[in-house]
Design a protein around this ligand. Structure first.
Ligand code: BG6
Length: 470
């Protein structure tokens, strides 16, 4: 098959600091919200880090990054998405000077990537708000967070701006409304947060993101700044207009984040929501001016789709990436109940391109599954045909979208090496091409083993997608 992927297409994988690095108290790092979330978003937080929190050691990328990046290079990665842990650079979050040891660690990671000709794609904030900001300021509900984030982003652009071209301001920024502690460092328990506070926190993050874009233009003019949203297309459960309206409203609650990033102002439907809820946000003239700094590209995660219905008897909350939704009876689901829908990826790509006309970057996609490490011809591996099928089918749909004329910059699979899950904090929910010997009870050698999908992905990259099977 001739490949629809352009020769400039970036291929790679993605991770986040808190899910891979470990070394949670080394190199001058302060605590982040993740260090007190031993059960991910499904369980309660703890007062302090507890030994059962797998993220404290994670997969020890902090010490093994060179070995791991060499494996990514062996697969032929042309890009690697990783996040910088805010609390390594500003341990408390509100200091005035960055922690040199933290910056030096990421210099070493970038050295390694450069050595292998891998383009870095850096997330500035991936669910890693410094814990001090959560406990002292109630996270993003407080306007002062904008200034702290601004200082943090500026330090990164000054230090790495000449080495990093692609930046993402906030991971899955729309998840703030669903997972306020993990996504926005909001310490107030979710059911006690007033809706107004939540929307104010959203506004603060949007302003901070736009300011980062403005700063990058001054400090690192070659940088390309992207927003990052959690995408979850919805289908009407029935053909009734009422269900179609539900889809529109569900879409609006997510698309508003991309609309502001791509168009530079709040859309009318969002202002209507605020009006109808009687919410008056604190939005200054300076904020409005800041928001006009729109992004260069839009990035997003895609794992699954949902259905939407106006029928309250059918409104069940299915499993899913942070927000979940009504299960779609036409789709199969993963072992964790996330519904598998490759065509949904083509729909999202078309929708985002039609709506924003900004280049798109798929920065998360993949299948979380239980793997069995077995021996084949004396070599330890995982025969993960299910993962290969998932990724193949999604990439075929990316090819379709490219043929539809959508501008896609690249694709990074989530958890290219096995990492700790964000929702459940398990290691047994594996996404990687590389198996990491660590179990949910914390045992294991941390040794790395190539899965069958390792060679499969290497082939996809080598052939620039021509080896995919439609
Ligand atoms: C996204 C996050 O929500 O999905 C990642 O950006 C996360 O941090 C990924 O790991 C997969 O979710 P999970 O819960 O399976 O780890």
């Amino acid at each position: 098959m001739t490949s629809p992927f352009p020769s400039t297409f970036l291929w790679g994988g993605a991770t986040a600091a808190n899910q891979v690095e470990g070394a949670y108290d080394q190199g001058g790092k302060g605590l982040s919200v993740q260090d007190v979330m031993p059960r991910g978003i499904v369980g309660p937080r703890t007062a302090e880090p507890t030994p059962d929190n797998l993220k404290l050691e994670a997969i020890d990328f902090y010490h093994r990054y060179a070995e791991d990046i060499a494996l990514f290079a062996e697969m032929g990665f042309t890009t690697y998405r990783f996040s910088i842990a805010w609390s390594r650079i500003f341990p408390q979050g509100d200091e005035t000077e960055p922690n040199e040891e933290g910056l030096a660690f990421y210099d070493r990671v970038l050295d390694e990537l450069e050595k292998h000709g891998i383009e870095p794609l850096v997330t500035i904030s991936h669910y890693e708000t410094p814990l001090h900001l959560a406990e002292t300021y109630d996270g993003w509900t407080d306007r002062r967070l904008i200034g702290f984030y601004e200082r943090y982003a500026r330090s990164l652009f000054e230090r790495f701006g000449s080495r990093v071209r692609y930046w993402l301001t906030f991971n899955e920024i729309n998840s703030l409304l669903h997972a306020p502690f993990m996504s926005g460092g909001i310490n107030t328990p979710k059911d006690e947060i007033a809706e107004e506070q939540l929307y104010q926190a959203m506004h603060h993050e949007l302003v901070a993101s736009a300011r980062a874009t403005r700063i990058a233009r001054e400090v690192a003019p070659a940088a390309q700044i992207g927003c990052m949203v959690l995408s979850m297309p919805a289908y009407p459960l029935s053909p009734s207009p009422a269900d179609a309206l539900e889809v529109m409203e569900f879409d609006h609650s997510n698309l508003v984040f991309g609309d502001v990033h791509a168009r530079g102002a709040y859309p009318g439907y969002f202002l209507r929501t605020l009006r109808e809820k009687g919410i008056e946000l604190d939005i200054t003239d300076e904020d409005r001016e800041d928001l006009t700094n729109t992004v260069d590209f839009v990035s997003f995660s895609y794992y699954m789709s949902v259905a939407a219905t106006a029928d309250s008897a059918k409104k069940t909350a299915g499993e899913g990436n942070i927000m979940g939704g009504v299960p779609n009876p036409t789709l199969e689901a993963s072992e964790w109940g996330w519904q598998i829908d490759p065509v949904g990826l083509r729909l999202v790509l078309n929708q985002f391109w039609d709506r924003w006309q900004k280049p798109l970057f798929i920065v998360e996609n993949g299948l979380g599954a239980k793997d069995d490490l077995i021996e084949v011809d004396g070599v330890k591996t995982v025969v993960d045909d299910y993962r290969i099928a998932y990724l193949n089918d999604h990439l075929v749909q990316v090819g379709e979208a490219l043929q539809d004329g959508v501008n896609v910059l690249g694709y990074t699979t989530w958890g290219c090496i096995d990492i700790v899950s964000a929702s459940t904090a398990q290691l047994s929910k594996r996404y990687g091409f590389i198996y990491v010997d660590r179990n949910d009870d914390g045992t294991g050698t941390l040794d790395r083993f190539k899965k069958k999908s390792f060679d499969w992905y290497a082939d996809v990259i080598r052939t620039n997608g021509a080896s995919l099977r439609a």
